[in-house]
Design a protein around this ligand. Structure first.
Ligand code: FAD
Length: 440
């Protein structure tokens, strides 16, 4: 009997260094390649926000189209389904007598729950899960996941000398596909945000090009000096949107950084790029380990923060309409482009939690909606860290916005570019007794 496999794509939208896909190619006779567009992503979530902004949707769509083109070169194609994932996969697996389901190991708690539910409903199907989103494989970690170090520094010290897994060459052969097609592009609404120049194009092709271009310049040798800048293409690698969608493999990036070091020389900056990728790695395992606590108000701590939900303040923060020009500029940049520098993210997150006293989870949910590089582990993990409910032994981080403005935007160019200076309105339009607050 022919073995039929189903490859369930998620945050691994690529053919290079995809050990799971390579495995599928070797093990089955026919293969269905599936991506599930979950209709819930366009509906308000528990924070009243749809998961996919126009920018995120554009990037994802480009990634799917690019993957489909690459699959077609191997005689395959991507079947994109617009339905709840569990139902889609269950129906396809049942109707095609699927024997193996392949999926990359998921970082997110809810994505893992979906996998477990399917396993329960499809007891005779073999589920194959491989680490494709992390630098290390689970079984390489020098500690059981239950004993994940409580701080990044301890984690880094434990893993940074481990040998890196060599990235696999791109898949160059795939089993044939049952003839199934969907007209997914017309079914999923196409809303675009074309006002601003697009600098990030989704897909493996564009991701690999960014990796090549970045390492062909000398930027990596100056990364540590430049990484905190608020703007500027070459000041940081900009790998994150492609990494988040799995258009780029983190193992490929580290391998290529090593090659770069051999040719151009290693220095503190090239090490620091690796160091930041270890932060990403820490959050991957942190999310696995802490499961749904990643989304809890008190995070992984026992005490709840002293913040609440103030809809007006939150709205002003989202729109870049606060009394803080630097915060406004960063938020406007995010809304327009889907990207914000790491320094900007720290400043706006600190502002939401400290100056505006808003529950950090609303900020994390807004980032989830807007960031092209939204990634469950890095986003919620960083937010917890800043809100003082995560992996930071020092408690919450409070950035002095004026000092940050003097340091990172001394001439006000960034604020002016993104029109962060707005009329000086009070933060709340009414006081605690609902009495209108007058302009000062
Ligand atoms: P570079 O500075 O060039 O760094 C190289 C790579 O290292 C990045 O692409 C990223 O994969 C990793 N990295 C760097 N800094 C961090 C960090 N602090 N945590 C985890 N990984 C890191 N990053 C995401 O990829 N997705 C998110 O959803 C996300 N949300 C964030 C939310 C907040 C509140 C904060 C403070 C940070 C968040 N980050 C997130 C981390 C970081 O801001 C971005 O990874 C980085 O700005 C992306 O730009 P880059 O690729 O040029 O990074």
């Amino acid at each position: 009997m022919r073995k039929v496999g189903l490859y369930w794509f998620g945050n691994d939208l690529r053919l290079h260094d995809n050990a799971n896909l390579t495995k599928a190619a070797l093990e089955v006779d026919d293969l269905l390649c599936i991506y599930c567009l979950d209709p819930h992503w366009l509906m308000p979530n528990r924070y009243g926000l749809a998961t996919l902004s126009a920018n995120r949707w554009r990037f994802l769509k480009e990634s799917l189209i690019d993957l489909d083109k690459r699959l077609q070169k191997l005689g395959q194609h991507l079947l994109v389904c617009y339905e709840a994932p569990i139902k889609t996969i269950y129906d396809l697996a049942s109707s095609h007598k699927v024997s193996h389901i392949y999926r990359s190991r998921q970082t997110g708690y809810y994505e893992n729950q979906q996998g477990l539910a399917l396993q329960k409903h499809l007891p005779f199907v073999q589920f194959v899960e491989t680490d494709t989103h992390s630098l290390f494989n689970l079984d390489q970690l020098p500690f059981p996941l239950a004993k994940l170090p409580a701080t990044f520094t301890k984690f880094k010290n434990a893993v940074e000398q481990l040998s890196l897994v060599k990235p696999q060459p791109p898949v160059d052969f795939l089993p044939s596909s049952p003839a199934l097609k969907t007209d997914w592009l017309s079914r999923f609404p196409d809303y675009s945000n074309s006002e601003h120049e697009i600098v990030f194009y989704g897909g493996e092709t564009a991701g690999l090009e960014q990796l090549r271009n970045y390492l062909a310049s000398s930027s990596a040798s100056h990364y540590k000096e430049l990484r905190n800048e608020l703007d500027g293409w070459g000041n940081s690698s900009k790998f994150s949107p492609w990494l988040a969608n799995g258009n780029l493999s983190v193992r490929q990036i580290c391998f290529d950084i090593n090659q770069y070091e051999q040719q151009a020389g290693a220095n503190e900056s090239t090490y620091w790029l690796f160091y930041e990728l270890l932060w990403r790695e820490y959050f991957q395992w942190y999310a696995h380990h802490h499961g749904k606590h990643l989304f809890a108000f008190q995070g992984i701590r026992q005490q709840k923060p002293l913040t609440s939900f103030y809809p007006e303040r939150f709205q002003k923060w989202c729109n870049g309409n606060t009394p803080y020009p630097l915060v406004n500029a960063c938020m406007k940049q995010l809304n327009a482009t889907g990207f914000m520098s790491n320094r900007g993210r720290q400043i706006v997150a600190s502002c939401l939690v400290n100056e505006l006293a808003v529950d950090w989870r609303h900020g994390a949910a807004f980032f989830e909606q807007q960031l092209l590089d939204y990634e469950v582990a890095s986003n919620w993990g960083n937010w917890q860290y800043l809100a003082g409910v995560g992996a930071d032994p020092r408690g919450k981080r409070h950035f002095d916005i004026e000092k940050q403005t003097r340091q990172y935007d001394p001439d006000g160019l960034f604020i002016s570019k993104w029109q962060g200076n707005i009329q000086n309105l009070p933060l709340d339009s009414v006081d605690a007794s609902d009495w209108p607050v007058l302009d000062q």
